[in-house]
Design a protein around this ligand. Structure first.
Ligand SMILES: Cc1cc2nc3c(=O)[nH]c(=O)nc-3n(C[C@H](O)[C@H](O)[C@H](O)COP(=O)(O)OP(=O)(O)OC[C@H]3O[C@@H](n4cnc5c(N)ncnc54)[C@H](O)[C@@H]3O)c2cc1C
Length: 354
């Protein structure tokens, strides 16, 4: 008989299960898909935090400060713990002076966590709370549910592209609410990236490579020709805007002299070339290149309300994208929140000190 049930084998669920094992408990981890890892396995693997707490709190100003402080304080130690499990580190920096963190190999990270968790039961979705046994909801939010995106985020949801694993259809939210949990602030907020528009063909392996992250260098317009100016370094504001435009579309026009600008390891021109090669509509004019993009929903930012022990309802804990209130109003690392609150949820579920 298991000591606790964990729904979801992505970053949050596996971190929770591995922590439970470390404490000597026997977790039962259920995963809806036929492979573990969720969106974590498809991600860039950068686990990060803002370098300064004040900046984090200011950028994510609608979040729950108690949760944000915990994330900031715990993350570095938790990343050390990940490394101690054998997760392969690719880089010890984020390439962004405002943030610090570590880039892990996503497949290696998943494998190390699965082993530390003691295995996962695949193709087995949790659909209702387990009786008399603590439950950790770690199902990755509702980004893969067009219905819930339409209800909570945007009427244009049907036109958006899913830039994430397909299993996160809001099961955690539904089960948590049925158990008496409340929703967090910011249920309408989503982390998304502009992606090459149809007829572009994009496979899972290309979700990172094909993202069009250069709105700051572009003239961004919607179908009606209305302009939007990027206001944040993460371009989360562009994504939130684009998701609500007709067809979730935006056109990024870059003047020729800015094609050489670099965003992390890629130039703007390289990102636009990649979009064209994938099949997106691209126009090359004398002094501009213009790419048609579609908003690619990556993860929802709102979810169940939790306290500092990741408790959402009696006996029910939530972590990762199932828990809201952390990046609300801005953007923060989803992998970091999943790691820290996954471990916190396991300790609380087993009655251990936080
Ligand atoms: C292309 C891409 C790049 C990204 N890059 C980064 C990055 O560099 N840094 C960063 O911080 N974040 C990044 N992210 C976001 C990050 O991957 C997520 O924030 C993180 O994975 C959330 O963790 P989670 O455990 O909540 O969800 P997931 O890791 O997605 O795991 C949830 C799991 O739950 C399963 N599940 C759903 N319903 C059920 C059910 N009823 N029963 C059982 N299982 C269920 C799902 O199938 C899934 O496997 C990226 C995401 C993508 C897609």
């Amino acid at each position: 008989m298991a000591d606790l049930v964990v729904a979801g084998a992505g970053m949050a669920g596996l971190a929770a299960a591995a922590e439970a094992r470390r404490l000597g408990a026997e977790p039962l981890v259920l995963e809806k898909l036929s492979r573990p890892g969720g969106s974590m396995r498809l991600s860039s693997g950068v686990v990060w935090r803002h370098r300064e707490l004040e900046r984090f709190l200011a950028e994510c100003s609608d979040g729950d400060e108690r949760l944000q402080r915990l994330l900031f304080e715990r993350l570095d130690e938790d990343m050390g713990w990940l490394e101690s499990l054998g997760a392969l580190v690719l880089e010890r920096e984020t390439g962004n002076p405002l943030t610090s963190g570590t880039r892990f190999d996503p497949a290696g990270l998943t494998d190390a966590l699965v082993e530390a968790a003691g295995g996962v039961r695949l193709d087995d979705a949790l659909l209702e709370p387990a009786a008399d046994i603590p439950l950790i909801l770690a199902t990755g939010g509702f980004g893969a549910s067009r219905e819930l995106l339409r209800k909570h985020v945007t009427p244009e949801a049907d036109h958006a592209f899913l830039r994430a694993a397909p299993g996160s259809t809001g099961d955690g939210l539904r089960i948590g609410l049925a158990a008496g949990a409340a929703t967090s602030a910011g249920l309408d907020q989503v982390y998304a990236r502009a992606m090459p528009a149809p007829p572009a063909r994009i496979c899972e392996e290309d979700l990172v490579r094909l993202s069009q992250l250069y709105a700051r260098h572009a003239d961004v317009t919607n179908e009606r020709g209305e302009r939007y100016e990027a206001a944040t370094w993460s371009e989360i504001d562009v994504a939130q805007w684009q998701l609500r435009q007709p067809g979730a579309r935006a056109w990024f026009a870059v003047p020729a002299e800015r094609l050489g600008e670099r965003v992390r390891e890629r130039s703007v021109g390289e990102m636009m070339d990649a979009a064209e090669e994938a099949g997106a509509p691209v126009r090359r004019e004398e002094d501009h290149v213009i790419v048609e993009t579609v908003a690619g929903v990556t993860t929802t930012l709102g979810g169940l309300a939790i306290d500092e022990h990741a408790l959402a309802a009696p006996g029910v804990f939530a972590c990762g994208a199932d828990a809201g209130g952390i990046a609300t109003g801005g953007y923060a690392s989803g992998l970091a929140a999943a790691l820290v609150f996954g471990r916190i949820a396991a300790r609380a579920a087993l009655g251990e000190a936080p």
